[in-house]
Design a protein around this ligand. Structure first.
Ligand SMILES: NC(=O)c1ccc[n+]([C@@H]2O[C@H](COP(=O)([O-])OP(=O)(O)OC[C@H]3O[C@@H](n4cnc5c(N)ncnc54)[C@H](O)[C@@H]3O)[C@@H](O)[C@H]2O)c1
Ligand SMILES: [Zn+2]
Length: 360
């Protein structure tokens, strides 16, 4: 087991990671001084796999637990699911000393975090992320939200967890496509902040995809450390935290253009990272060789890497210019300066279309 610290003054917390931690959740919470009753929020498939193990461990440590299930899927990251959580907490008379546990992927983490941010004006919560994406990204940094039918994550709050417990064994039941999607965010962390880590990923991608325990632990720990360091510098995304959006400008456009059905988030980000690297190379910020390494690493993870031929670049870019983050029709991109550094640059829609490689 190893610990990564997220240092945010009074809101600091630990990320404990290792194999087999689910059966030790109770003692880990006790050791961290977490008291009160515990409401575990999950969805049916994840609860079937891991719910009883977590509950049993909490019971052994003397915790009184309740399980709240919300339906599976991004479509249920909504206010109706929040309502289910609030109803259960009120019905069972949870008070301010209670703690919520998010047991699942990023959807469960985001909904549970927002419920914890708002129930009785804020109670503690613990993240137990069970997807690679949630382990390396969603569970770290305190962004919580639910979707509105007009847009993703429109209703949310910053609320840091008290603790994150990552059991790497949970990745063994994750579908390979979901694992690869999480790997896109891992690769992103290398590109934006850490050339050495990027090199490690190049060397060990095969081991990672075959779930070699030591390789996976190193990659998840390094990823958490990188994200934590960025969040520590800019907790509420005034500026610097936006480097975590590398690959996301085109990624979000692809997801929204295809109705959130064709790509998993990480798959859209994989394509977006390569396009951002193409723009970076076009402006002389990264070399052709570095662009080639980024493309090769993304492809070696089994991720898609090109904008599919049936999606017109003009249509994607038109959508971006309407985004709330664009200014005077210009779009801010996170570009890479080689591997391991970033910088922001503004592009007009016409410049993006001109400078990006066409699809196949
Ligand atoms: N808060 C943040 O900073 C942040 C960052 C990135 C993404 N997100 C959010 O995270 C969400 C995506 O998260 P995700 O990729 O984890 O998707 P997800 O939560 O939908 O999980 C993916 C699928 O895997 C299943 N699953 C989860 N763990 C499993 C396991 N161990 N074995 C088998 N199946 C398992 C889930 O039931 C689901 O069907 C999005 O809503 C996104 O907005 C939040
Ligand atoms: Zn992302």
């Amino acid at each position: 087991m190893q610990t990564v610290s997220v240092n945010l003054g009074q809101r600091s917390y630990a990320i404990e990671l290792g194999e087999g931690l689910l059966s030790r959740v109770g003692e880990i919470l006790k050791a961290r001084g977490i008291g009160g009753r515990v409401g575990i929020v999950s969805n049916p498939p994840v609860a079937d796999l891991y719910g009883e193990e977590v509950r049993e461990s909490l019971r052994r440590a003397g915790y009184e637990t309740a399980l709240v299930l919300i339906p599976e899927g991004e479509a249920h990251k909504d206010t109706a699911s929040l309502g289910l959580i609030y109803d259960a907490l009120v019905e069972q008379r949870f008070d301010r000393s209670a703690t919520l546990i998010a047991l699942g992927g990023g959807v469960i983490g985001d909904v549970t975090g927002f419920a914890a941010a708002t129930f009785l004006r804020g109670i503690d919560y613990v993240q137990i992320p069970t997807t690679l994406l949630a382990q390396v990204d969603a569970s770290v940094g305190g962004k919580t939200a639910v979707n509105h039918h007009q847009g993703k994550n429109l209703i949310g709050a910053f609320h840091q967890p008290r603790l994150v417990v990552i059991d790497l064994n949970t990745l063994r039941t994750l579908p390979p496509r979901e694992f690869a999607a999480g790997m896109a965010e891992v690769i992103k962390h290398g590109i934006i902040e850490d050339a050495g880590f990027f090199g490690f990923l190049e060397e060990r991608m095969d081991s990672l995809l075959s779930l070699d325990a030591a390789a996976v632990e190193s990659a998840v720990a390094a990823s958490c450390r990188i994200k934590a360091a960025v969040v520590e510098q800019d907790e509420r995304e005034d500026d610097r935290r936006a480097i975590l959006n590398f690959g996301h400008t085109i990624g979000h456009a692809l997801e929204s253009f295809t109705g959130y059905e064709r790509f998993l988030h990480g798959e859209a980000v994989a394509i977006g990272m390569i396009q951002a690297a193409v723009l970076s190379a076009g402006r002389g910020l990264c070399s052709a060789a570095e662009l080639g390494r980024i493309e090769a690493l993304v492809r070696s993870a089994g991720l898609p890497w090109r904008i599919p031929g049936d999606i017109a670049l003009e249509d994607l870019v038109a959508g971006m210019a309407l985004d709330k983050k664009s200014q005077a029709g210009k779009i801010r991109f996170v570009l890479c300066e080689g591997i391991g550094r970033t910088r922001f640059q503004w592009f007009s829609p016409a410049e993006i279309v001109r400078e990006l490689a066409p699809g196949p």
